[in-house]
Design a protein. Structure first.
Length: 463
């Protein structure tokens, strides 16, 4: 098969320990030619060797012939001229191959052979060239395997014409036409069979090369399309990630606005109460509520940072009953007037270790959800009790619309919400769950449509 890559197997002689070191460097030099075509680069060493042999050996043979004390036969001088012409063409071909002109060198060799073979047989006859006829097979092989089928049949035609001319010369000299005709036909038929074999082999090799090239081109095209599809998918994935980031940022911003809205509701409620109060003590209490809500409003960003895992929490040990008791005025202010708020704090309770600000925001978030579930009023009950030697339960219970099984199954899923656009993000309970789980606790929801919702949180007591 013609060479399709530079990693071809080394010749057989180079793998023999004796010849390998001697031949490896010359073969490397013969292959080091500026030829881009892989088949031509593979055949270049062979053509160079043939060109060198044709350029060197015949002159040496003729020098030896000239030194012999034997008279020159008729036509021998003309044969020497033709042979030396081929030698000169071979030398030029070798030089052309070293310059990268492989096909030009091959065409030159074949052209010189085609021009000289017929005159050579006409000058010496058929019988005088009988021992050189195997060399003609080499020229036909070069024409068929390297140049092409057309060159092969041109070479065969030249050989057939040379045979006919040489036989005619021998017939005029001997007159034995029958034997010469049989010899001519047998020799011509033998070279015809060689030409047919070379033609079929050349066609098969070139067809295989075309198929391999086509498969290679198809693979290259498939690889190009695959790379293009990969780039398009990566670009689509980048666009999707960017869209998700934009959506997440929008939802987070909406969540911040929602939480601030809850706190601003408290602030406005306290401010409205303060305007209606005449007593300094009542006014002072309203201002204290405004201050407490405003202080918590500055800490709403903790929920965002907690969700992105970029915030360092500040856990502390505190009494949960006391913390919920301090939140009671704010809880009453957060709910609609039609909602009855009850706190059942069974003291004493052991302390818990948690970020107190996050604990307060968690309580306000659950309360705000309960308030939205009771637009026409209802009951919100907050209980805290000891359920074990080192376990505290905080239960949030409302009499709102409740949730179906589908909603209840996704209630802790980030960004899942049943509220209208702009009124919720679905991050509240997701952040609450993460906060409770990091503290070693658990959270659960029980609800049914029309029967309200119960959120139960269990936390470990501080060790």
């Amino acid at each position: 098969m013609p060479e399709t890559s530079s990693a071809a197997a080394p010749p057989l002689l180079t793998r023999i320990p004796l010849f390998g070191p001697l031949l490896r460097r010359p073969l490397r030099w013969l292959r080091d030619v500026p030829i881009t075509d892989p088949v031509a680069r593979r055949n270049a060493p062979m053509i160079q060797v043939i060109s060198l042999l044709l350029a060197v050996l015949p002159p040496l043979a003729w020098i030896y012939r000239a030194s012999m004390d034997v008279p020159w036969r008729p036509g021998e001088v003309a044969s020497m001229v033709f042979s030396l012409t081929v030698c000169a063409a071979a030398g030029i071909s070798f030089w052309l191959i070293r310059r990268g002109a492989f096909f030009g060198a091959s065409y030159l060799l074949l052209a010189v052979f085609a021009v000289t073979v017929v005159p050579s047989y006409l000058s010496t006859g058929f019988a005088a060239q009988v021992y050189e006829q195997p060399i003609l097979v080499l020229w036909m092989a070069i024409a068929g395997l390297i140049v092409g089928r057309r060159a092969l049949w041109i070479m065969f035609l030249c050989v057939a014409l040379a045979f006919c001319g040489g036989m005619w010369v021998d017939y005029t000299r001997s007159g034995d036409g029958g034997a010469l005709l049989v010899d001519l036909l047998s020799r011509t038929a033998m070279f015809l069979m060689i030409a047919v074999v070379l033609d079929r082999s050349s066609a098969a090799l070139r067809e295989s090369l075309r198929e391999a090239t086509a498969r290679g081109d198809a693979l290259v095209e498939s690889n190009r399309r695959l790379e293009q599809e990969i780039r398009e998918r990566e670009r689509a994935q980048e666009q999707l990630i960017h869209a998700q980031k934009v959506e997440a940022v929008g939802r987070l911003a909406s969540g911040v606005a929602h939480d601030f809205g809850n706190l601003l509701t408290l602030i406005l409620g306290y401010a409205g109460r303060g305007r209606r109060m005449d007593e300094p003590a009542d006014l002072k209490q309203a201002l204290a509520g405004v201050e407490s809500a405003a202080r918590r409003a500055t800490l709403v960003t903790h929920k965002l940072l907690t969700f992105s895992r970029q915030d360092e929490t500040a856990p502390e040990t505190f009494d949960p009953a006391q913390a919920l008791q301090e939140l009671q005025p704010m809880l009453r202010q957060l709910f609609n007037p039609q909602v009855d708020v009850r706190l059942s704090l069974r003291e004493p309770l052991p302390s818990i270790r948690l970020d107190r600000t996050q604990f307060e925001l968690m309580t306000l978030n659950i309360a705000a959800n309960a308030n939205h579930a009771m637009p026409e009023g209802g009951l919100f009950d907050l209980e805290a009790e000891l359920t074990g030697p080192d376990r505290i339960a905080i239960v949030f219970r409302d009499s709102g619309a409740g949730m179906g099984p589908e909603v209840q199954a996704r209630v802790f899923e980030p960004f899942f919400t049943t509220k209208p656009a702009g009124e919720g993000t679905g991050l509240g309970l997701s952040v609450v769950r993460d906060l409770i789980q990091r503290a070693g606790g658990s959270i659960g929801v029980q609800s049914a449509v029309g029967e309200g919702t119960v959120i139960r949180i269990e936390l470990p007591a501080a060790g």
